[in-house]
Design a protein around this ligand. Sequence first.
Ligand SMILES: Nc1ncnc2c1ncn2[C@@H]1O[C@H](COP(=O)(O)OP(=O)(O)OP(=O)(O)O)[C@@H](O)[C@H]1O
Ligand SMILES: [Mg+2]
Length: 741
Amino acid sequence: MKITELAIPQQVKDLIIQSGVTELYPPQEEAVRAGALQGKNLVLASPTASGKTLVAELCCLKHVLEKGGKAVYLAPLKALANEKFDDFKKYAALKKADGNNIRIGISTGDYDSNDPWLENYDIVITTNEKADSLLRHRARWMDSVSLVVADEVHLLNDAERGPTLEVVLARLMQINPSIQVLALSATMGNVDEVARWLEAQFVTTEWRPVTLKEGVLLHDEIQFKDGEVKKIVRKTSNDSVNLVLNTVKTGGQALVFASTRRNAVALAKKIADHTAKELSKVAKKTLEKEAEKVRNTDERTKISDDLAELVQCGVAFHHAGLGGAHRRIIEDLFRTGRIKVLTATPTLAFGMNLPARVVIIQDYRRYEVGYGYYPISVLEYKQMAGRAGRPKYDKAGEAILIAKTADEADYLIDNFILARPERIWSRLAVEKIIRGHVLATVASGFANTEGGIYEFFGKTFYAHQYDVKGIKSVISKILKYLYEEQMFYLDGNNLFATPFGKRVSELYLDPVSGVVIRDALKCKPDCLTEFSMLHLIAHTPDMGPVMRPYGEEIDQMSVLLEEHRKEFFVLPPAEWEDRLGFEEFLGEVKTALILKAWIEESSEEELLEKYGVQPGDLYRIIENGKWLLHATHELATLLREKECLHLTAELVERVSKGIKRELLPIVKLESIGRVRGRKLYNSGYKTIDDLKQAKTEDLIALLGPVLARKVKEQIGGFVKKETWEQLNKGEEWKQKSLGDY
Ligand SMILES: Nc1ncnc2c1ncn2[C@@H]1O[C@H](COP(=O)(O)OP(=O)(O)OP(=O)(O)O)[C@@H](O)[C@H]1O
Ligand SMILES: [Mg+2]
């Protein structure tokens, strides 16, 4: 089917054709035939890179341009939301019936806001969690959404992300019964069941833009699914390394999935030992420049130094311990072919557009504490394997599993390559997961009787799969808990949220976190300090899994625990009675100490060295810390706990910037973060007033001309053009994005 034949406005056709797409891929055609453009609900399940996004784009544009509607695009991760936003941006040039351009917005942060500005946007890209929080705030514009696109819907099966997704979809269908639902998914065992839940048609295809050849490597021989056998040269004793070297030698790129961060890094190093020798002089020069970029982005740590060294050899690793800026550099280097080999943890398999000619799945097993090794699911294997083959560049992609014995090779062929992806299952009926959703159902007025609550949960995927009886007992237990903790009250048969319950729900807190914070604020420790607050938030379930201390750290943390004993809101369990609880508590102490060191301006390298916390994890602790401190501040305001207000307000700022108290006045300026702020402070500029008095040339010496002007302009001291030109004589500089550094 040609783009010209589609029932979409001409301006959309022109733009798509201009971008180089003239014909629909077969799955896209099937989706259109199934009624996607006629407002029908649809589940489109097809392999990686089969063009599901374009179907979503067409539907969004149809709603906005022809029906005056509004579309929401749900992505499972912030990084994916950003990628989709970039994909959608090109449509901002199109005109709506009223003559205005289409407005495309993205909203992924700040869970305590209803973002009223989004009302003016036609297409809103967001994450499942942010959409959930917008619904809790009853953002008015949500009622006028006419299309919801749910990307990567097979993640309903994911214990962490799935429940929020199904609740968001059920709520959107509840508040807007005529909404069109478009669900995009990898191939899974029960597409029909998901479709029935969404009252949708479904399309499943195995079509891929590049042929995929799946196989198993045993020693020096790859056995492919179609019977073909290929020999590789064995240069080392490591089979993955050999396969990578063979790929690179023939001009291809390789993506290797390892099960842990440590394995990904170790493997990258092994590969680099060999690739370094093969690089041409020109390639070496280019890579050196790229490595310099890695070194000069964000703070320098052992991890970024390691990464830079690998990039110099044409290799890199990618995992959640890397900071966002580094991850983006690596993705870009790989996408543009400047680095040939990337080792990664499985998170990269989620929807990111990063194909390679050869994908190597090094470990088909995962390890979990207390559970041991278990094989990954076929669904996960297919997601990783599907990354193989770059459209337009490779004739075919190869996805290879590694076997050690002939027996294992047979096992892998039968259980992964020839196997069908599993059914997916709802993960909603877990008390810890569902309690926030039950509270939100009452607090945001989605239901106000017990029956109404069951009715709502009766519309979830869980109820569709198992029957609502399965969660009734969990919900009634939760209702009892919420009532006892005074999150709602009863008036006859009606349930109403208390101000406390409502605020906890809006703040997007787990009700248990709300209770922990409320109870703590009521009885303060002997000695109320910054550490008290940092530990309190680390003690809530919303901080996520704590960084458990290990080995010698246990003793160190025990000593520190004693030192801080008078500062705890919540006391530690007795070491000999509750060993596990005690160690968990030590983990909370460690998290609090990491945050404390961060606001004492420890460098990322020092934090890595001292606590083993990698930049990507540090970033998550900081993000959660900011949110939970904000929540604590809000609850303290509600409960009139004045003593904690100042402390929490200040900590929100300090944690978000990573600064000592003394830097607070000057980091208010845009582009002045912990590093530049410290530089200014140490040179005697301690307040905005000091900066007002500062001579422009002195500021230039400290910050460079671009920033110096930016600072001067923000504090009102505009710099005259002549002075400016004089000061810049002979200096080459460009206006660029400076970031808060
Ligand atoms: N009809 C088409 N003709 C040519 N290229 C296309 C067409 N449709 C989509 N593409 C290109 O195919 C690539 C992959 O598409 P997309 O990201 O939508 O895949 P996907 O199905 O969502 O895969 P995943 O499961 O990885 O999310 C994109 O670069 C897109 O521009
Ligand atoms: Mg996609």
